[in-house]
Write a protein that binds this ligand. Structure first.
Ligand code: ADP
Ligand code: MG
Length: 323
C-alpha cells in the first residue's frame, strides 16, 4: 500500500486563508527567505504568493499539481519526523481543482523559467519565461466551479481578516523570513526577516517588546518552551492574540492556553486572556501532528509533564517581570 494512501486526506482548500496557508508553507519548504502575499476581494478573486525559494524543476511543474505527487515523504515513518510543513502532496492538486492557477517558477540551475496555467485541474498552457529564481503562484476565481463552497464563504473583509491572521501567525513562527501582505492594493504588514520574534510582534501587533512583553525561555526534560507572554495589562476579553507553535508549526491546544492563563491567575482579572506567542520544541516522538488533516490540532505523548513544564516556564517569566 502506498504511503500516500495511508494518510487521511482532508479538504485542503476550504477557504482563501487555507489556500494562502498551503502556498506559504510550500514557499517555506522551498527555503525562501522572502515571501510576498497579495490578495484581492478576500482572496476569492485573486491570491498571489511569491517566493525566492528553490523553484520547481521544469520537468516537474505539472506533476506538482497531481495528488500525492509530494517530493517530501517517502516512508510512513517519516510522518513522525516531519521537518517540512507540507507532507501530504495534495495542496496544489486540491487548489487547482477549484480555481484557475498560474505558476511561474525557476530553479537556480536553469536559465529560463517555466510558466504554466491550469484551469480546474487541467493544464491549459505551458511556456518558457524569463524570471528570477523562485516561485510565484497565482490563484484566481476560487470556487467559481463549486457554488456550494462559494455560498459558505463570509464577506470579503472577513475572509481577508482570516488571511491576515494565518499569515501573521506564520510570520511569528519564522522571524528569519521577510513576509509582506497586501490586500486590495493596500499593504497590511511587512516583517523584516531580521530573525527576532520581537521585531515581528512589533510589525504585526504594534507591541514594543521592552514595554509590553516578558520573555519565556525554559527547558526541562528535553522540552524547550520559548517566546513571550504579554504583561497583564495587555490582556483582552478574547483569545485572538494567543499563538502556540509546536516544533515550528502553528497549532491549537486549548490545554496549553489554559495553562498559560492559570500561570497568570493571580496577576489578571477574571475573564481576561493573556497575550502570548509561545513555542514548544520537543522530540518528534512526543508529538503527533497527524491527528487532524488540517494539521492544526496536536496530541502529546506525555501531556501532564508538558503542561507542568509550560506552567513553570510562564511562572518564571512573570516572576522575572515582577522583580
Ligand atoms: P506537499 O507540500 O505536501 O509536498 P503540495 O501539493 O503542497 O504537496 O506541493 C507539491 C510539490 O510541489 C511539493 O512537494 C514541491 O516539490 C513542489 N512545490 C510546491 N510549491 C513550491 C514552491 N513554492 N517552491 C518549490 N517547490 C514547490
Ligand atoms: Mg504543501
Amino acid at each position: 500500500q502506498a504511503v500516500a494512501d495511508k494518510i487521511a486526506a482532508g479538504e485542503v482548500a476550504e477557504r482563501p486563508s487555507a489556500v494562502v496557508k498551503e502556498l506559504v508553507e510550500n514557499a517555506i519548504d522551498a527555503g525562501a527567505d522572502r515571501i510576498q502575499v497579495e490578495i484581492r476581494k478576500g482572496g476569492v478573486e485573486y491570491i498571489r504568493v511569491a517566493d525566492n525559494g528553490c523553484g520547481i524543476p521544469a520537468g516537474q511543474v505539472e506533476t506538482a499539481f497531481l495528488r500525492h505527487a509530494t517530493s517530501k515523504l517517502s516512508q510512513i515513518d517519516d510522518l513522525y519526523r516531519i521537518s517540512t510543513m507540507g507532507f501530504r502532496g495534495e495542496a496544489l492538486a486540491s487548489i487547482c481543482a477549484v480555481a484557475e492557477v498560474e505558476v511561474i517558477t525557476k530553479t537556480p540551475e536553469e536559465e529560463e523559467g517555466v510558466y504554466l496555467r491550469l484551469k480546474h485541474g487541467i493544464s491549459e498552457e505551458k511556456s518558457e519565461i524569463a524570471c528570477g529564481t523562485g516561485t510565484s503562484m497565482m490563484v484566481e476565481n476560487l470556487f467559481a466551479n463549486v457554488p456550494a463552497r462559494m455560498k459558505f464563504l463570509k464577506k470579503d473583509s472577513t475572509e481577508a481578516g482570516y488571511v491576515a491572521d494565518v499569515l501573521g501567525r506564520i510570520a511569528l513562527s519564522r522571524p528569519k523570513i521577510a513576509f509582506s501582505y497586501t490586500c486590495d492594493g493596500k499593504e497590511i504588514f511587512t516583517t523584516t526577516g531580521d530573525g527576532k520574534l520581537a521585531s515581528v510582534i512589533l510589525k504585526i501587533y504594534g507591541l514594543d517588546h521592552a514595554k509590553a512583553l516578558l520573555p519565556v525561555d525554559y527547558t526541562e526534560s528535553g522540552i524547550h518552551i520559548s517566546g513571550v507572554v504579554g504583561k497583564p495589562e495587555l490582556a483582552r476579553g478574547n483569545r485572538t492574540r494567543q499563538t502556540l507553535f509546536v516544533n515550528g508549526r502553528y497549532v491549537k491546544n486549548h490545554v496549553i492556553a489554559k495553562v498559560v492563563e492559570e500561570a497568570f491567575r493571580n496577576n489578571m482579572m477574571v475573564g481576561k486572556f493573556p497575550f502570548f506567542v509561545i513555542s514548544v520544541d520537543l522530540p518528534a516522538e512526543l508529538v503527533d501532528v497527524n491527528v487532524h488533516p488540517a494539521k492544526t490540532e496536536v496530541k502529546f505523548a506525555n501531556e501532564k509533564q508538558l503542561y507542568d513544564i509550560a506552567y513553570h516556564a510562564v511562572r518564571n517569566a512573570i516572576g522575572a517581570g515582577e522583580k
